[in-house]
Design a protein around this ligand. Structure first.
Ligand code: ADP
Length: 400
């Protein structure tokens, strides 16, 4: 019973350290039970066990332990003084050698050549507890574990009788941490560039350029451009964080697509004509799609805006609709196109084909990531096809 309680606690404990400690405790009990009951004598809950129901409290202790250890996600491994496996669970087998039915009596060195694992178990046998040992495996998929090893049995001058290790899979946590760090470093970098320009031009003005009317105007307009870049960047970061954090609620309703596209084209008309780009709404008047109107407008604004930004002189951006199992809204341009090697990563945050050009034309590198997340939020997706020299087509797929 103690084991069940411990196992359940291990699985539900929110704190990682507490889980590892409990998992260790659980395996200690399991190991000692295995060591002590060499003849596989089972402690039973009552003398007439055979007549009892198969309720967990009536199962033999060994069965309970086996079920508990099998069900655990953490890999558990016990070695004896000679560094041979004494006990393990299926999670550990999967970790070290999925092809064998069980890990039995193998030497630790036969299972792994990882020096971090070996040295942690060696310390365990010396009577030293090790925790927070980061272990990486490079099998078909890269996994990262936090290993804790504790000595077991009597610890005397000669060390311990054995050592018990708990492998806690932290691959996902580590991946998230990596993404977070990368995001922070991108944000800092993106903010630093316009900020440096602003400071430099303010200093130039302070150092006398204020007297020169013409330079003064030019510098102020550079300062304004960089300040609005920072503003857009912060807006996009907040927006993306809210969408990704699940803080954006969609209000999906039937939307008149032709009218919505018309609105977006009107709001971008000045920008388009400044770049000699024609916007064309090819959506039929009768088309209704099921979406959050404001969010769909935001997605189309980002895509049409990109079509304008990355178009050639006298270019054209056409919006059309295709019916099918899902509604497909296409934004097509006849700009430069995107080299195929970039297509896969295009919707990642801050991913840009030409960083300098994107910055120069006021891009944040977050527009497509926002479109992607909004499409996902609708239960749909966004895809892209592109041909160099001919242009690109971005398609929003929306469920009916
Ligand atoms: P940005 O703010 O740079 O436009 P986006 O996330 O909207 O950021 O787009 C990311 C990158 O994808 C752009 O920098 C550009 O390299 C490429 N891109 C997006 N739309 C187009 C397009 N219509 N034609 C060519 N390249 C595009």
């Amino acid at each position: 019973m103690t084991c069940i309680v411990l196992a359940v606690l291990v699985l539900i404990m929110p704190s990682f350290t507490a889980r590892v400690v409990l998992a260790g405790l659980l395996l200690a009990i399991a190991t000692w039970s295995i060591l002590a009951s060499a003849g596989s004598k089972t402690a039973t809950a009552s003398s007439d066990d055979s007549d009892q129901s198969h309720a967990p409290e009536n199962l033999p202790v060994n069965s309970l332990l086996e079920a508990t250890l099998s069900g655990m996600r953490e890999g558990l491994l016990v070695v004896n003084k000679d560094m041979r496996v004494l006990a393990s669970n299926p999670a550990a087998r999967k970790l070290f050698n999925p092809s064998v039915p069980a890990l039995k009596t193998q030497r630790l060195t036969e299972l792994t050549r990882n020096p971090a694992i070996y040295s942690a178990f060696l310390d365990g046998l010396k009577g030293i507890e090790r925790s927070g040992v980061k272990v990486e495996t490079h099998g078909p998929e890269r996994q990262i574990f936090d290993l804790r090893v504790v000595p077991i049995g009597s610890v005397n001058g000669n060390g311990a009788e054995g050592a018990l290790g708990v492998f806690f899979d932290i691959t996902r946590t580590e991946r998230l941490e990596h993404v977070r760090q990368e995001f922070l470093s991108n944000v800092s970098h993106e903010l630093r560039t316009p900020l440096t320009a602003i400071i430099a031009f303010v200093e130039t003005l302070e150092n006398g350029a204020l007297e020169d009317q013409e330079s003064c105007q030019r510098f102020l307009s550079i300062i304004r451009k960089n300040a609005s870049r920072m503003h857009s960047l912060i807006d996009d970061i907040l927006e993306l964080t809210a969408i990704e954090g699940g803080n954006v609620q969609l209000r999906a309703e039937p939307v008149d697509l032709h009218a919505l596209v018309q609105d977006v084209c009107s709001s971008l008309a000045a920008k388009a004509s400044a770049q000699n780009v024609t916007l064309k709404n090819n959506v039929a008047g009768s088309v209704m799609v099921h979406a959050d109107a404001r969010r769909l407008e935001q997605m189309l604004t980002n895509l049409i805006d990109n079509g304008i930004k990355f178009s050639r002189d006298n270019g054209m951006v056409v919006v059309s609709h295709e019916d099918g199992t899902r509604d497909k809204i296409q934004v097509q341009d006849n700009g430069d196109g995107i080299p195929s090697q970039h297509l896969e990563r295009l919707f990642e945050r801050f991913y840009r084909v030409d960083r300098a050009r994107s910055r120069d034309i006021g891009g944040t590198g977050l527009g497509l990531a926002i479109v992607k997340h909004l499409a996902l939020l609708h239960g749909g997706e966004v895809t892209v096809t592109s041909e160099l020299g001919k242009g690109s087509t971005f398609t929003i797929h929306l469920p009916k």
